[in-house]
Design a protein around this ligand. Structure first.
Ligand code: ATP
Length: 313
């Protein structure tokens, strides 16, 4: 599956010095083609570094570096391949962080990703605590639209949370971290993806995990909608709806649907959250119903991606 051994071979457009015509050339890209800068993030199995192309210093990338020996030791090779396959399938979507190419050397695997200079949504939430109604509307509308894009492409993210939502150069959201995604195969007969595919493996993060996964140990695309509901709540409340001092207690709160709105929580958003955070996945709002909910009355889901983002407050 890890097709390109060593350096990546990519097609690049180069201008001929003498004639000025643009020609396509196959070039080889590896670690020597980048100048590595500061660390911009770290995950459980990776470090993300800022890098510039030595061929064109104005090109900035985020390069995710994964240690091969660590991945093998921790039995996580499967997740890296899933992430790569998912990013390849989603490469045409503007709502997902772009993966330009991957390469490897003896010690590590490298994902060359689009750099999202405004960081992740968790940092925003930490900095501002809570968001205004206007910001909540703008960002949550983009997040639900992005989740819809994934599902249409047959991918269930399964770990939607503020850390995995990045802000690009235009301060618009991009989803990332597809290591625990579920990649669906097209149904031969219908030509569409069966989003109700049930999966039994536990993946995700305690605060955003859906009750059906905890109770009946299955999950489908509705787990992403549940996580969206948790994030929507968090934007207004400043903390996720289900949060306790440890994972076990958090799971108990999720199972009991034990969460509460603060006094000033806007009524319209309250209504939307209530219709999403329902224990029974069948009763939970579908994405199309979320998009037509009163809260998004004045939102055009096409132009929201072209709009100037509101000042974060
Ligand atoms: P996890 O432990 O959550 O599974 P991971 O190893 O899969 O993490 P990522 O979530 O992809 O790693 O990245 C870790 C962090 O690095 C992100 O939360 C973000 O802050 C930063 N980061 C990742 N990709 C980019 C990017 N393209 N541009 C800017 N920052 C990024």
């Amino acid at each position: 599956e890890w097709a390109e051994r060593g350096a990546a071979k990519i097609v690049e457009e180069v201008k001929d010095k003498d004639t000025g015509t643009v020609v396509k050339k196959i070039v080889s890209r590896g670690i020597k083609d980048f100048k590595f800068g500061q660390e911009i993030g770290d995950g459980s199995f990776s470090r993300v570094l800022l890098a510039t192309s030595i061929h064109n210093p104005s090109e900035k990338y985020a390069i995710k570096v994964l240690s091969k020996s660590y991945l093998v030791k921790q039995n996580k090779v499967k997740y890296v391949n899933i992430e790569k396959m998912a990013l390849q399938r989603l490469n045409k979507l503007d709502t997902v962080v772009k993966m330009f190419f991957t390469f490897q050397d003896q010690s590590s695997l490298y994902f060359v990703l689009e750099y999202a200079p405004y960081g992740d949504f968790l940092s925003i939430m930490k900095e501002y605590g809570t968001l205004s109604e206007e910001c909540t509307k703008y960002y949550s509308a983009q997040i639900i639209d992005a989740i819809e894009d994934l599902h249409k492409a047959g991918i269930i993210h399964r770990d939607i949370k503020p850390e995995n939502i990045l802000l690009d150069a235009n301060r618009r959201i991009k989803l990332t971290d597809f290591g625990t995604a579920k990649i669906l195969e097209k149904d031969e007969k219908t030509g569409s993806y069966d989003l109700l595919t049930r999966s039994k493996s536990f993946v995700g993060t305690a605060e955003y995990v859906s009750p059906e996964l905890l109770n009946d140990s299955y999950t489908d695309y509705k787990c992403d909608i549940w996580a969206f509901g948790c994030i929507l709540f968090q934007m207004i409340a400043g903390k996720p709806p289900f949060k306790a001092s440890n994972e076990y207690l958090t799971f108990q709160k999720v199972q009991k649907l034990q969460y509460a709105f603060s006094a000033g929580f806007p009524t319209v958003i309250r209504d939307l959250v209530k219709r999403i955070l329902l224990k029974q996945p069948e009763k939970r709002l579908e994405i199309k119903d979320i998009k037509t909910h009163m809260f998004y009355n004045d939102v055009d889901f096409k132009t929201i991606w072209l709009m100037e983002p509101p000042v974060i407050q």
